[in-house]
Design a protein around this ligand. Structure first.
Ligand code: ADP
Ligand code: MG
Length: 318
């Protein structure tokens, strides 16, 4: 799955807000890509556009080399192969639907052939709800947060997708449930060959699950690369600051000054410059004029690795 220059605008009172701004991003077969950034930077909007649920104002999404279908029927087939695991399991599950109904619903919508009870039970087992019979009649409020998240994952994998878009899959969970759900995503990758875009505001989570990491700031990907490289040798001052405040970090913590990202107030020049520690400390003195006036070049997609920052050489790879 690939996005090319994907741009998504919201019409709001007083104009247009650009929530996603020219994103080139590839999700390769069988990989887990963590999409990381603070709340409001455009992660869910990007996922919505990848899903074909939100119309881009520029750019496009390709799947297996083809642009997303536009017909209702084509889109339905696409949405079977690319499944969203929605944010907030408590809100995403209908409180009156049993686990069985929650998983069977998608099978019915997509008219998946086969014995429904068998398919539901298999999906629950794949998502780690074992034995499945114990969960079929349960209602969401009778389950733990981790179990509810597994029901949503079961509903997705029941359709045999090739891609999962998981929006903040563990944000509402405690540490042990968190580890279990991340372990489940890894098993789905290893055993079913599923690719997953795992969206998170917590860069620390990428350590446990990601093959590659993309860091987003105000609608742009500002750094992308293999997880090991981004997490051990971050290049963008934003990634460096995010990493420095993690408990496991050995760098001095850099607390970002200024306002969190708000696309309604897009800064001129590099969009990160008003909060950039490299500018504040003088490390970027030689390029400060460019930081204040010029947008850094947009990162290419493919397997490129690099950071969009005037302090750094242009990104490498394709
Ligand atoms: P994230 O998932 O990273 O928190 P979102 O994609 O939800 O970010 O939002 C990105 C930006 O777009 C935010 O500034 C948010 O306020 C704005 N936004 C999101 N949805 C809408 C909408 N339906 N109408 C107007 N603005 C929106
Ligand atoms: Mg979101």
């Amino acid at each position: 799955m690939r996005s090319e220059g994907l741009t998504v605008d919201y019409r709001v009172r007083g104009g247009v807000v650009r929530a996603v701004d020219g994103v080139h991003l590839d999700l390769h077969a069988g990989e887990i890509l963590a999409l990381v950034g603070e709340s409001g930077c455009g992660k869910s909007t990007l996922a919505g556009a990848l899903l074909g649920a939100r119309q881009p104002s520029r750019g496009r999404v390709l799947f297996d080399g083809d642009p997303l279908p536009v017909s209702a029927r084509g889109l339905r087939a696409y949405r079977r192969r690319v499944q969203l695991v929605p944010q907030d399991p408590a809100g995403a599950l209908n409180p009156r639907y049993s686990v069985y109904e929650a998983v069977a619903e998608g099978l019915r919508i997509h008219r998946v052939p086969g014995d429904e009870r068998v398919l539901v039970a298999e999906a629950l087992a794949t998502a780690g709800l074992r034995p499945p019979e114990r969960f079929l009649a349960a209602l969401p409020h009778e389950l733990s947060g981790g179990q509810r998240q597994r029901v949503l994952i079961a509903a997705a994998v029941a359709l045999r997708p090739v891609v999962l878009l998981a929006d903040e899959p563990v944000a509402s969970l405690d540490a042990s449930a968190r580890g279990e759900i991340l372990g489940l995503l890894l098993r789905l990758r290893d055993h079913l060959g599923l690719a997953a875009l795992v969206i998170t505001h917590d860069l620390g989570l990428a350590w446990n699950v990601a093959d590659r990491v993309a860091v987003m700031y105000l609608g742009r990907i500002v750094e992308v690369g293999p997880a090991g490289a981004v997490l051990t040798a971050p290049r963008h001052p934003y990634t460096q600051a995010l990493l420095s405040v993690l408990p496991e970090s050995d760098r001095p913590a850099t607390v970002l000054a200024g306002e969190p990202p708000d696309p309604a107030r897009m800064p001129l020049g590099c969009r990160f410059h008003p909060r950039c520690p490299a500018l504040a400390t003088g490390r970027a003195a030689a390029v400060a004029d460019r930081c204040r006036t010029m947008d850094p070049a947009v990162l290419p997609g493919g397997r490129a690795s690099g950071a969009a920052c005037h302090l750094l050489p242009a990104p490498s790879g394709t």
